[in-house]
Design a protein. Structure first.
Length: 281
């Protein structure tokens, strides 16, 4: 890891806990022949810092949809009092489309929503879903998924939307205004929105599709790539281990970040606005 940037000791404790979660996850994947890829800031951290981005507070993993379904069953079966795997299907309080692997020995307080959220050290595990090969059909599906995504976020607006997020495009500012000033949340059911989203994202054959997307990630459809950029995966140094990422990391990182080797401004570095990290006795 690049130690030239000052490290927050409390945040480092969280990162090291998540690193152990990653190793547990990798062990499961190896035992059951499950393919995975580092996504977003985790991939960027591996390339730019050989580990966590010093101010990053989570790990993002993508798993191709067929392997994701298999993995969910395995992680649910292996959940215990300390390490749990949550999805919207197995936990009533889980309101995210993707699964989260949690370590309950480290409690986190996040302040990036209307209401503060208590959670635990976690890894986000996203399904990588297929998109149409035809360019026109792909654009139509992108538009449809964005509508479903907006309805989902309205359904849990007070729990999921960061109303203070900087540099939003004008259409997102309008949607946030609607969420703040109308009762739209009362008319939408989060679980039904998520189920509708999943049906839409899994409606075509994974095997026949050449495109994959992490549709519910922070980057939306900027995180849609031809399968060739993932390839069979490639191992990259990450802290004291290695992590699998897309074969063509350069193309992926440029599409997501542009000049990805240049760190962002100081005030853009606390993505989840974590205000407290403490061990659970």
């Amino acid at each position: 890891m690049n130690n030239s940037i000052e490290q927050n000791p409390s945040l480092r404790k969280l990162q090291l806990c998540e690193l152990q979660l990653l190793k547990y996850f990798q062990k499961i994947c190896k035992e059951h022949d499950i393919k995975y890829f580092a996504l977003g800031g985790t991939l960027l951290g591996a390339i730019r810092h050989k580990g966590f981005i010093p101010w990053d507070d989570d790990i993002d993993i993508g798993v191709p949809r067929p392997d994701y379904e298999k993995l969910c069953k395995i992680l649910e079966k292996n959940s215990d009092d300390k390490i749990k795997f949550k999805t919207y299907k197995n936990n009533d309080s889980h309101i995210r489309y993707f699964g989260q692997l949690e370590d309950s020995s480290l409690k986190i307080v996040r302040n990036d929503k209307l209401n503060a959220e208590e959670t635990f050290a976690w890894i986000d595990i996203f399904p990588l879903d297929p998109m149409p090969n035809n360019k026109v059909l792909r654009k139509i599906k992108v538009f449809y998924i964005l509508i479903l995504r907006a309805l989902f976020r309205f359904s849990c607006f007070d729990k999921l939307v960061d109303v203070n997020k900087k540099n939003r495009p004008i259409h997102e500012k309008i949607l946030v205004w609607i969420g703040l000033h109308t009762p739209i949340q009362k008319f939408l059911n989060t679980k039904k929105c998520l189920a509708r989203m999943e049906r839409a994202l899994t409606s075509i054959s994974y095997e026949k599709s050449n495109y994959l997307v992490n549709a519910m990630g922070a980057y939306k459809f900027r995180e849609m790539f031809h399968k060739k950029y993932y390839g069979e995966g490639r191992m990259y140094p990450f802290e004291d281990t290695e992590i699998c990422g897309p074969e063509d990391y350069d193309f992926v990182c440029k599409q997501l970040y542009g000049d990805y080797m240049k760190p962002p401004a100081q005030n853009d570095r606390n993505h989840h606005q974590i205000v407290n990290i403490e061990e659970v006795k």
